[in-house]
Ligand binder design. Structure first.
Ligand SMILES: *Cc1c(COP(=O)(O)O)cnc(C)c1O
Length: 366
């Protein structure tokens, strides 16, 4: 059976929580009253989706998720616009990506449109947890796990898709705060033919220890390099963008989707808006870029700004990249974020909060 939103059942909590005051919101720490679940079996396909009070899962210790990392997820947000309406941002992209991840992880694919309808209902039920104001949103975490209780190394014949939701405040409260990155080549996040382009939990577990090492030197994230050439891939939870300037021409560059890079929705949105709205003094390119190019051109004064993109912060300005013990200072002209960094943040935010419509990027729920 296919995933069918018309079969959704809703059981509301009898013990509703009071949403935290906005100032106390911490990313991913507190959740709404309800969650969405859909079970799948190889025999019967997708079962009836259900929304019920947020609860712990009960799983057999032999479940495949615990042993062979049959797990993938999405990260998306719901926003309350200035008219009080609830919106999600390009959620079809998240559904398509989740299905690509599912296929690669030998987990079942599903009808993305139908899951979105169920998510809409979850948002209506938990509406009071969607905070108001720019930068505030409800973070949604669709997750798919293999639940076959067997240690046999095989495609799971049981799975659970669930969605939980966490109210969040601005990533940068009190204005942008530029980040320092450590360009890392002693460990590798992803490689050609690997799974770096899928949003699997397994891509994260190997990155946390190197991130702690970077943190001991005052860096907030790793900039993952690949190969002897020192290709810049991405930041691990953010895609990487840099602006070069030479002879009055500006170039916005990000690494191409060569299989080692997560195809971020914010990355795609940044490229689309930059191509649509920047003037002819700009070039927008997806091309390979090495840490050496950045180092050499920064020394010549040709680096204008750099930033990471992702759903959590939209953009994160980058002020420094340490590579093999040497600091590459990245200018942050225009205050705490470069001019284009600020422009991109504004362009995307205006669409997310419904102040500006762009193509069909914003989905109005109620
Ligand atoms: C989720 C993620 C991103 C950002 O993707 P968005 O869709 O823009 O949020 C970037 N890199 C990795 C590894 C990710 O998992």
């Amino acid at each position: 059976m296919s995933l069918d939103a018309s079969k959704l059942t809703i059981t509301k909590t009898t013990n509703s929580k009071t949403p935290l005051p906005k100032e106390q919101l911490v990313f991913g720490k507190t959740f709404t009253d309800h969650m969405l679940e859909v079970e799948w079996t190889a025999e019967n396909g997708w079962g009836a989706p259900k929304i019920s009070p947020y609860h712990a899962l009960s799983l057999d210790p032999a479940s495949s998720v615990f042993h062979y990392s049959f797990e993938l997820f999405e990260g998306m947000k719901a926003y309350r616009d200035t008219h009080g309406k609830i919106r999600t941002f390009r959620p079809d992209k998240n559904m398509a990506r989740m299905n690509r991840s599912a296929k690669r992880a030998a987990l079942p694919q599903f009808e993305g449109d139908e899951l979105l309808k169920c998510i809409d209902e979850l948002l209506k039920v938990d509406e009071k947890f969607i905070p108001e104001g720019y930068g505030y949103s409800l973070y949604l975490r669709p997750t798919l796990i293999g639940t076959t209780s067997s240690l046999g190394v095989a495609k799971p014949d049981r799975a659970l898709l669930f969605v939980i939701a966490s109210p969040v405040g601005p990533y940068f409260s009190g204005g942008f705060k530029p980040v320092s990155l450590q360009a890392t080549d002693y460990a590798v996040r992803a490689w050609p033919g690997g799974v770096g382009e899928y949003k699997l939990g397994a891509n994260y577990v190997s990155c946390i220890e190197p991130q702690s090492v970077a943190a001991t030197k005052g860096h907030s994230q790793n900039l993952w390099l690949f190969g002897e050439e020192g290709y810049i891939t991405e930041v691990g939870a953010m895609n990487f963008f840099i602006v070069f300037q030479k002879d009055g021409k500006k170039e916005l560059v990000t690494s191409p989707l060569d299989g080692t890079i997560l195809p971020g929705v914010t990355r795609d949105s940044t490229l689309a808006l930059a191509k649509a709205r920047l003037d002819s003094s700009w070039e927008v390119n997806e091309r390979k870029i090495t840490i050496h190019e950045v180092q050499e051109r920064a020394a010549k004064g040709e680096v204008v700004e750099a930033f990471g993109t992702g759903t959590a912060a939209i953009v994160s300005p980058i002020s420094n990249i340490e590579f093999h013990g040497a600091d590459i200072a990245i200018p942050v002209v225009g205050g705490t974020a470069g001019e284009l960094t600020q422009q991109i943040e504004k362009w995307i935010r205006e669409i997310q909060y419904g102040d500006v419509e762009f193509e069909d990027w914003s989905r109005v729920i109620v």
